[in-house]
Unconditional design. Structure first.
Length: 283
């Protein structure tokens, strides 16, 4: 029988769990009118669908929020102007921004107020990065690759450059970026903003994949942290598979694997992890 291990740090992180719980509390209270989320509450199609069945839909813009609705800000956070617009329109909202992300917002806001130039390490089109950039009073630069970091030159070489990172950035890549910036002659202040839960998840996934014949990473294709987990595991275990649910287990060839490791992104509910685990037991 195949030995199957599930990574201890897998599934919902604190920020995601808090956001989903907030929505369910609003539903059960029944006094918040129509409830909408600004963007999908998390990057997991199953959870989003379940909320839709409970009457909670996702909107792309606060312009789509009607009077009397309650808007839930998801864990990724949003630019500061979104809060200002909500208050100006008199629309009620619940801020479920992850505390780790909120801390970056404060860091960026204060650094930009002090005249620092802002650099964000991460994906430019990711909602978390878009939100972080929206807290800088002077704009900023998003760096996605080491080559971009090498080529970076501040607009004003006499000002401090404050460097922060998307919370789910691969920690090894973050360290590589730090080495690049430390070699520059500018006044650079690199702030470690990697989420501890993300770091533990990545470290455990790396260790589990090294001792397993095969690995399964459960997560949505939209989930940045899930894709990073896949990359980490794939580097150490060639037989690594990225799936979204238990239905995909039947398509995976696990023949010859004496040991199987399972990990999951921060937006993957525990029920889904257990479904995949049980499906693997039947193979």
């Amino acid at each position: 029988m195949m030995d199957i291990k599930i990574a201890e740090h897998s599934g919902f992180c604190f920020g995601v769990k808090n956001a989903v719980t907030s929505v369910h509390k609003l539903i059960s209270d029944g006094k918040y009118g129509k409830i909408v989320t600004l963007g999908p509450i998390i990057h997991n199609e199953q959870v989003v669908k379940e909320l839709e069945e409970l009457g909670v839909c996702s909107i792309d813009s606060i312009d789509d929020a009607d009077p009397g609705t309650t808007v839930v800000i998801r864990s990724h956070g949003v630019p500061k102007e979104i809060f200002e617009k909500l208050e100006k329109k008199g629309i009620s909202y619940i801020d479920s921004t992850c505390p780790f992300v909120s801390k970056i917002h404060k860091t960026v806001e204060e650094a930009s107020e002090a005249g620092n130039e802002i650099v964000i390490l991460g994906q430019a089109d990711h909602p978390e990065v878009i939100g972080i950039l929206g807290w800088s009073k002077t704009g900023g630069t998003v760096i996605e690759t080491p080559d971009e970091a090498e080529a970076f030159v501040p607009e004003n070489p006499h000002k401090t450059v404050c460097v922060v990172a998307q919370t789910t950035l691969n920690y090894k890549k973050f360290q590589d970026y730090v080495e690049i910036f430390e070699k520059k002659e500018y006044d650079i202040n690199v702030v470690d903003t990697i989420c501890h839960a993300t770091l533990h998840r990545q470290e455990e996934a790396a260790a589990l994949s090294e001792e397993s014949d095969a690995m399964i990473v459960i997560g949505s294709q939209m989930s940045s942290n899930s894709r990073k987990l896949y990359d980490i595991c794939k580097e150490r275990c060639e037989n690594t598979f990225f799936i979204q649910n238990a239905d995909s287990v039947g398509d995976i060839d696990l023949s010859g694997a004496a040991s199987l490791g399972i990990t999951a992104g921060a937006s993957t509910p525990n029920t889904l992890i257990q479904e995949v685990f049980k499906a693997c037991q039947k193979k």
